[in-house]
Design a protein around this ligand. Structure first.
Ligand SMILES: Nc1ncnc2c1ncn2[C@@H]1O[C@H](COP(=O)(O)OP(=O)(O)OP(=O)(O)O)[C@@H](O)[C@H]1O
Ligand SMILES: O=C(O)C[C@@H](O)[C@H](O)C(=O)CO
Length: 327
């Protein structure tokens, strides 16, 4: 099965959600208490995904609210410099601040994120700031689950999804569950299910699908049985180092293996995975190949310091895949 995308659109992917700042520990392999220096990057899952897409050569755009200060301007300038269209990024005029993520790299496997997201500007995106004409210029609308956590961002995203569906724009839902943004898992489950059922493609980790189902230890088969009663054509479920699975509505199942990497930190894997997976679908490659590109892209980003600036070029992904064929 192949995902049919409109060929008459100016943008390949427009994402909606947060564009924030990551401050990644420079002195890694130690706890945050002993860390003095951090490197600044653009962060936030949907921003990372369109940055990754742009670095792969896709035409990408972004809808989101940024703070009216140096951090907001840094984000906009960086995204523009890598080729993301920022014309529909909105500057907050009510004093809300950019979300900050301090990342702690205790060891390659023990990484955590310390978030400063009280009144984060991205969650104040208003439905009136989501423009129909813009969404209709894209093949895909990428929705981040975190943007559903609070109003008015929640309503802005629901409006964007409705406009996308009316405009024949495929909706890709990245569950992107960040617990600190939500007040209860019951609430998350309600909004995740609502949006997943309307989306064409749903991507998440097994744990994130459990949050959507408000359960523990859920089975992929149960998840897809439920989702395929609704709009989704393709469901991608990631299992970390155990690889990932793509399920199609027509009954096909594909497994992607994770590639070994010299891991520096684990975050950023999911965003680089999504960027390369979408790249492959947009270039009309098959789903099995899309899983390979996604896993290779993730293996590259976990071996580097950031989640946005570290996004690979297509040649780097293809080189890694060639190495795996020849071994
Ligand atoms: N340590 C690793 N080494 C190599 N590949 C990895 C590693 N961790 C994850 N990956 C790859 O990235 C994919 C996505 O990872 P994971 O399932 O952890 O997603 P995620 O939780 O969304 O990531 P994130 O940590 O960015 O939120 C995996 O299916 C795998 O292919
Ligand atoms: O906003 C976040 O949740 C953190 C991100 O900025 C960070 O880049 C990351 O975790 C990537 O997945």
């Amino acid at each position: 099965m192949k995902i049919e995308l409109r060929s008459d659109r100016e943008f390949d992917v427009i994402a909606i959600g947060r564009a924030c700042i990551d401050l990644n520990a420079v002195e890694y392999n130690r706890p945050m208490e002993q860390t003095h220096t951090f490197s600044k990057y653009v962060g936030g899952s949907p921003a990372n995904i369109v940055i990754g897409g742009a670095k792969l050569g896709l035409r990408t755009g972004f809808i989101g609210k940024i703070s009216d200060d140096q951090h907001g301007r840094f984000i906009e300038q960086y995204m523009r410099s890598v080729g993301v269209d920022t014309s529909n990024m909105v500057v907050d005029r009510e004093g809300h601040k950019t979300g900050l993520a301090f990342t702690e790299i205790k060891s390659p496997t023990e990484c955590s994120i310390l978030m400063y997201r009280d009144n984060a500007a991205d969650l104040f995106l208003h439905p009136s700031e989501v423009l129909e004409d813009y969404i209709r210029r894209s093949k895909i609308l990428l929705v981040s689950g975190t943007a559903l956590a609070q109003s008015p961002s929640r309503e802005a995203v629901l409006k964007a999804i409705r406009l996308a569906k009316q405009g024949d724009v495929k909706v890709v839902f990245e569950l992107d569950y960040r617990p600190y943004t939500w007040t209860s898992t019951d609430e998350t489950s309600v909004y995740y299910s609502l949006v997943a059922e309307q989306s064409d493609i749903v991507i998440g980790t097994r744990d994130e699908f459990d949050v959507m189902e408000n359960s523990f230890g859920g089975r992929n088969e149960t998840t897809i049985e439920t989702l395929f009663k609704h709009a989704p054509e393709l469901v991608v479920i990631k299992h970390g180092l155990d690889g990932s699975y793509a399920y199609t509505r027509s009954g096909e199942v594909f497994r992607g293996e994770a590639y070994q990497a010299k891991v520096l930190k684990t975050f950023g894997a999911g965003d680089s995975y999504a960027a390369a997976f979408l790249y492959a679908l947009i270039r009309n490659l098959d789903i099995a190949t899309a899983l390979k590109y996604a896993s290779a892209s993730a293996a590259i980003v976990v071996s580097r310091h950031s989640s946005s600036d570290a996004m690979p070029k297509i040649e780097e992904i293809e080189r890694l895949l060639e190495l795996h064929v020849s071994h």
